[in-house]
Design a protein around this ligand. Structure first.
Ligand code: MN
Length: 247
């Protein structure tokens, strides 16, 4: 049975050796029966520019490139790796997609995105997001010396940690009904919404006007464990991933 695989929020870095191995293992597991792999953002914990990938990103590129020889790989950037660009995508055999994309899978219309744009209650984050997604701002950031970019990334991570402590898993960090309906309003055909970002894997039903849509939230990867959404003709399921010992 053929399927399409969706993942997000792996947050890979040189500090996540178990997750890096789990990702390589997962790609091997998807080799033979997968029509396409969609990575919906935050594949990496941080991205300082395609000119300075860490070891984890280099290894991921090699594994993805090999995988992409038989299965197409698509990438939507997240709030951590929004600076990931064409050069790395080419090295990893990935096709870059815009922030939101509509696709038809096995007869069903799906809307996919990272998901942070739907967290409309977090107004300070939405402001930050608008600035950071500005092309001119990104161009300036990427033209800074590598040392400065390392410093900015460290500062941003510290600020994000502080923010997480403040808001925790409170509802402000989740997507809102308003955000979901706004996203769907631009895609009148969509029956399924798939995103990550919130680290709250679940299946929700939403009614926006006269439509009812199913929303799948992808699992984040942490503590050596991961997961993915498998979309098949007969339906969708969120499945766990664990590392096989001693391979
Ligand atoms: Mn995210």
């Amino acid at each position: 049975m053929r399927r399409t695989v969706f993942i997000a929020d792996l947050h890979l870095s040189d500090d996540t050796p178990d997750l890096n191995r789990l990702f390589a293992q997962a790609l091997r597991g998807w080799e033979n029966d997968t029509d396409a792999l969609y990575i919906l953002g935050d594949l990496f914990e941080a991205w300082l520019g395609d000119d300075m990938p860490d070891k984890a990103a280099q290894d991921a590129a090699a594994a993805l490139k090999a995988f992409s020889a038989h299965t197409p790989v698509y990438f939507i950037c997240g709030n951590r790796d929004f600076l990931l660009g064409k050069k790395y995508a080419a090295a990893a055999g990935m096709t870059l997609l815009p922030e939101t994309e509509e696709l038809v899978l096995y007869g069903k219309t799906c809307l996919i995105s990272h998901g942070d744009e739907m967290c409309t209650d977090d107004t300070s984050y939405q402001h930050f997001r608008r600035v950071m997604r500005n092309q001119a701002v990104q161009k300036i950031l990427l033209s800074l010396p590598q040392k400065w970019r390392r410093k900015i990334a460290a500062d941003m991570r510290a600020a994000s940690k502080k923010r997480k402590r403040e808001i925790g898993m409170g509802s402000i960090s989740d997507v809102t009904q308003k955000g979901v309906c706004q996203a769907l309003s631009r895609h009148p055909q969509a029956e399924i919404l798939i995103h990550g970002h919130t680290h709250r894997p679940a299946v929700h039903r939403h009614t926006c006007g006269s439509r009812t849509v199913t929303r799948y939230v992808l699992p984040d990867w942490h503590d050596g464990r991961g997961g993915f959404l498998s979309v098949l003709e007969k339906g969708c399921e969120i499945l766990p991933l664990v590392l096989h010992e001693a391979v």
